[in-house]
Design a protein around this ligand. Structure first.
Ligand SMILES: Nc1ncnc2c1ncn2[C@@H]1O[C@H](COP(=O)(O)OP(=O)(O)O)[C@@H](O)[C@H]1O
Ligand SMILES: [Mg+2]
Length: 296
């Protein structure tokens, strides 16, 4: 079963088309990553799924129900981790969880039980009575994730859950997301970090300018767009390599060559040439598809 099935969904703000006909599915029990530069339309897509923003066109099913017909009971099965920190800074960590739980009309005893286990799950137990404005960025993000889990949702939407966090804080969040996956939860995630997507996602949808550029498992995307190995060769590139038919991309000071067999490039590189060779990754795919130009 698909938790989400989007077909040709579009969203315009006045004359501006933020989402221009996007298709994707989120099968139950999987983690799907929506990757794209700033302004790609990721948050807008998530808001449409949550019913916070209407569709301009297309069909969007959530739990097999058209998004505008999703019931309150079905909405309770979705946990949202928004891009912005919208915790209540004047309340304690525990109060933030409990008050959020009360919006769902959950039993007080259930909320308290959930709060206890989520504080432990997100390693916030020691901070339970601290005010939110005393927390670090990583703790705040963990609290927002805990809050999204208060009603024990089946499907969790995470909009850039680790942006701006230090590596330790990111690793902690990855671990908890992997545990959620092990519990059979379905995840839809946006991120700027390709290592994060590669680690967590079964399937990746790369979007830019409101359109899907490609989708597939990390492995599929890598083999389709950048092969197994990347050589970054500083200019001037030896003529034999320039004349070869090897798949490549000029990135200014150097040229990237993509091959499955590293010898194919190596024997065209005379001594004294500066280059680096590495196994290719999702970041190479992303840059190849969305270009190297800086986005605002
Ligand atoms: N309420 C809105 N009114 C007008 N433009 C919007 C609104 N929300 C988003 N946009 C525009 O739509 C585009 C996509 O935004 P967004 O979905 O937030 O992108 P992302 O999350 O991928 O960075 C951006 O150009 C953004 O400025
Ligand atoms: Mg966004």
């Amino acid at each position: 079963m698909n938790i989400i099935h989007a077909e040709n969904i579009q969203k315009s703000f006045g004359d501006f088309e933020a989402v221009k006909g996007v298709d994707f599915k989120v099968p139950q029990g999987t983690c799907v990553g929506l990757l794209g530069p700033n302004g790609a339309g990721k948050t807008t897509t998530m808001r449409m799924i949550m019913g916070l923003s209407s569709l301009s066109a297309g069909s969007l099913k959530v739990f097999d129900t058209p998004v505008d017909k999703v019931t309150r009971a079905e909405k309770m099965k979705i946990g949202l981790v928004p891009q912005e920190d919208n915790l209540d800074p004047d309340l304690s960590v525990r109060q933030n969880l409990e008050i959020y739980g009360s919006y769902f009309g959950l039993e007080k005893s259930f909320i308290q039980q959930q709060a206890d286990s989520l504080l432990e799950f997100m390693q916030l137990g020691e901070k339970a009575n601290n005010r939110v404005n005393h927390l670090s960025g990583g703790m705040k993000r963990r609290l927002i994730i805990a809050r999204a889990l208060i009603a024990d949702p089946e499907f969790i939407i995470l909009d850039e859950p680790t942006t701006g966090l230090d590596p330790q804080a990111r690793v902690l969040i990855w671990k908890s997301l992997l545990k959620l996956k092990d519990q059979g939860k379905t995840l839809l995630l946006t991120t700027h970090y390709m290592d994060e997507a590669q680690r967590l996602c079964d399937n990746i949808v790369i979007v830019d300018g409101g359109k899907v550029l490609d989708e597939g498992s990390p492995k599929e995307l890598i083999s389709r767009h950048v092969k197994n190995h990347v050589f970054e060769v500083q200019k001037p590139v030896p003529e034999a390599l320039q004349d070869s038919d090897i798949d490549h991309e000029d990135i200014g000071d150097s040229v990237l060559y993509y091959v499955n067999n590293p010898d194919k490039v190596k024997h065209l590189l005379p001594d004294g040439i500066t280059y680096t060779q590495r196994v290719s990754n999702l970041e190479d795919v992303f840059l190849r598809l969305t270009g190297h130009k800086l986005r605002e």
